[in-house]
Design a binder for this molecule. Structure first.
Ligand code: C2E
Ligand code: CA
Ligand code: CA
Ligand code: CA
Length: 279
């Protein structure tokens, strides 16, 4: 750690220092994570509320670091977004989700659409479109099996770019979900201007079910609005039976959360799909 001078030890508490030490190493190691085969894609099922069937899944990246162990994407995605590595990382993830889909198709496994988290930052660099087209062409994946998840907040941050990008993505046949919905303070009329297929209600609202009538009212109106706009609604972070029952009552279409399954490795996900054991 030669870049950490004596001064750092005087300014920061020991704990903070360990954190910055880790941050520093993660940042430099991240660029080697692809070639070192340290990245793994996990899948978390999305369940149809009325039937209990897996109708889709979200892909979630995991970094198996040789020293730090499993590093959370909450920790390294922000680093990648800051140092610009997010584009290369995001392209790798999309490509590998497509490769998984193709492999499952070849093995004649039951396939469901997979959603992929995309940083809106990707659309700021003009090569994004050709990269996606190249991935679709080389893997021969049906674009209808892919949905991009873009957070409401970043959509608003890059308003002009995302609006045009969404249109292009739709034309490619890829679906669009608005992630962490309800946290970005966008108005309803504003949302209706964008070509959006799915609204994912943020976990913070779901956690308040049976605890706060205010949040329950917000959830009800989000579901009602999404239906009126002909969008699919997914509730994220559903953990309890009370939350599930409330969402069923409100006719929320899809449920994602620990109540059914955590994000799991490919093998486990395939086993779940085969059995459809999830109630
Ligand atoms: P997100 O897109 O909002 O993903 C949902 C997160 O909620 C996941 O955390 C998931 O494991 C977690 N989750 C799902 N159900 C429950 C539940 O019932 N209870 C609780 N407490 N948590 C639940 P994860 O996998 O740690 O990912 C965190 C964030 O990192 C994601 O939030 C997303 O913003 C980012 N991320 C993950 N994978 C990727 C990726 O491939 N690309 C990009 N750009 N970002 C990613
Ligand atoms: Ca997401
Ligand atoms: Ca989310
Ligand atoms: Ca989030």
């Amino acid at each position: 750690a030669k870049n950490y001078g004596k001064n750092n030890y005087q300014i920061y508490s020991p704990q903070l220092n360990i954190r910055s030490f880790k941050q520093y190493h993660l940042e430099s190691d991240l660029r080697k994570s692809i070639e070192n085969n340290e990245l793994v894609i996990y899948f978390q099922p999305r369940i149809e509320a009325t039937t209990g069937k897996i109708v889709s899944a979200e892909s979630l990246i995991r970094w198996m670091h040789p020293i730090w162990g499993e590093v959370s994407p909450k920790e390294f995605i922000p680093i990648a977004e800051e140092n610009g590595y997010i584009n290369e990382l995001g392209d790798w993830i999309l490509k590998h989700v497509c490769l998984h889909l193709k492999k499952w198709e070849k093995e004649q496994l039951p396939i469901v659409p997979i959603s992929v988290n995309i940083s809106a930052q990707r659309f700021l660099k003009s090569d994004w479109k050709s990269v996606i087209l190249e991935i679709l062409a080389s893997t021969q994946v049906n674009p209808e099996l892919i949905e991009f998840e873009i957070t409401e907040t970043t959509m608003i941050q890059h308003e002009k770019v995302t609006k045009a990008a969404f249109q292009t993505i739709r034309e490619m046949g890829i679906k669009i979900a608005l992630d962490d919905f309800g946290t970005g303070y966008s108005s309803l009329s504003y949302i209706s201007d964008y070509p959006i297929d799915t609204l994912k209600i943020d976990q913070t609202f779901i956690k308040q079910i049976t605890k706060s009538t205010k949040e329950e009212v917000i959830i009800k109106s989000l579901i009602y609005m999404a239906k009126g706009l002909d969008m699919n609604v997914v509730a994220e972070g559903v953990e309890t039976i009370e939350q599930l029952n409330f969402l069923k009552q409100q006719e929320c279409q899809e449920i994602q959360g620990y109540i059914f399954s955590k994000p799991v490795p490919e093998k486990t996900f395939i086993a779940l799909l085969k059995k459809q054991i999830i109630k």
